[in-house]
Design a protein around this ligand. Structure first.
Ligand SMILES: Nc1ncnc2c1ncn2[C@@H]1O[C@H](COP(=O)(O)OP(=O)(O)O)[C@@H](O)[C@H]1O
Ligand SMILES: [Mg+2]
Length: 310
């Protein structure tokens, strides 16, 4: 359903001395989301997850440049086409609750997005009310403005906005932040159900445990680059983890000893031609500091590491 190929995002900015500077927070991300599948995009804060989501929806700021390409249902998507698909065929649950319109009551916002995605007046209203019930939003919330609801409620309204419509692909950017564990699980279960009904779900999260529990495929990002693409089942037991960063994420889980990854040392010299995980990697060699590993396949898992072995 969604095929992302070698997407990189860079920003141009000017320093105080008016020198032009290019930042490249996302480089060479590739991933696929099939109909009926939940793909979890996992990475630490600042890894480039939201930027990728915004790039796919044509929402990058003007000073951003994107290279690479992506296809939705086989069709190459450009800046014009994404405006037609956004909200109708591809829905976003944004990370920030500030995406709600402060001047419109919350039910109306959910209703409008259901209408935008092609539902008729009656079905949109019905879906809207079902979504409110599903996310435990009381009837009294419906007529509130966003500033009158709590952060957790606002997040559930955003999820309702994206799921009440007909969109076939849902990009959920940290949809459970600020929700209590029970509601968070309910929300993730619903995304899973949507996938079972044939939709594609790209679940963006930094929570490996839930990613393993609710997704089929896991894409691990480190510093803006895909380092491993693997089956969730492989991560479940901690078996067949091929990249040292994925292993470190797994070992940092409470059930696996809570072992924290050492912090990144300050970067010295030019790291553009090196594996970006090398400064924190316990198996890095000179080769890792001299060139960037490519993403290669080992027994069906894609991994970006010179030292990965089956
Ligand atoms: N408009 C921007 N201009 C420059 N850098 C940006 C901009 N937006 C995001 N970034 C940088 O891109 C990196 C990735 O950001 P983001 O995608 O929001 O991370 P996350 O994985 O936490 O969602 C961060 O280092 C952030 O500072
Ligand atoms: Mg983010």
């Amino acid at each position: 359903m969604l095929r992302v190929k070698n997407i990189s995002i860079s920003f141009t900015r000017y320093t105080k001395k008016r020198k032009r500077q290019t930042l490249s927070p996302v480089s060479d991300i590739s991933l696929d989301v099939q109909a009926g599948e939940v793909v979890a995009l996992i990475g630490a804060s600042g890894a480039g997850k939201s930027l990728l989501a915004h790039a796919l929806l044509g929402l990058l700021p003007k000073n951003a440049t994107m290279t690479g390409e992506y296809r939705f249902k086989g069709e190459h998507i450009g800046p014009k086409r994404i405006k037609e698909l956004r909200g109708r065929d591809i829905a976003l649950i944004p990370q920030s609750i500030s995406y709600l319109n402060p001047l419109i009551k919350v039910r109306k916002q959910v209703y409008r997005s259901a209408r935008l995605s092609g539902r008729c007046h009656c079905t949109a209203g019905e879906r809207c009310d079902k979504a409110f019930a599903r996310y435990n939003l009381a009837d009294s919330v419906k007529s509130m403005y966003p500033f009158q609801v709590s952060g957790g409620m606002a997040r559930r309204v955003l999820t309702a906005t994206a799921t009440a419509g007909k969109a076939d692909l849902i990009i959920a950017d940290e949809p459970t932040t600020g929700l209590d564990p029970k509601v968070a699980t309910q929300s993730l279960k619903h995304l899973r159900e949507l996938a079972e009904q044939g939709k594609g779900v790209l679940l963006i999260t930094h929570d490996l445990e839930n990613a393993v529990r609710f997704s089929d495929t896991i894409v691990v990002l480190y510093n803006g680059t895909t380092v491993e693409v693997t089956q969730a089942a492989a991560l479940h037991e901690g078996k067949s983890i091929l990249h040292p960063y994925t292993r470190a994420l797994w070992q940092a889980l409470p059930k696996n000893g809570f072992t924290a990854l050492p912090p990144a040392p300050p970067s010295i010299g030019d790291s553009r031609n090196a594996c970006n995980f090398a400064p924190r990697c316990h198996i890095a060699t000179e080769a890792c500091k001299k060139s960037i590993p490519t993403l290669r396949s080992i027994n069906g898992t894609m991994v970006r590491c010179f030292h990965a072995r089956s």
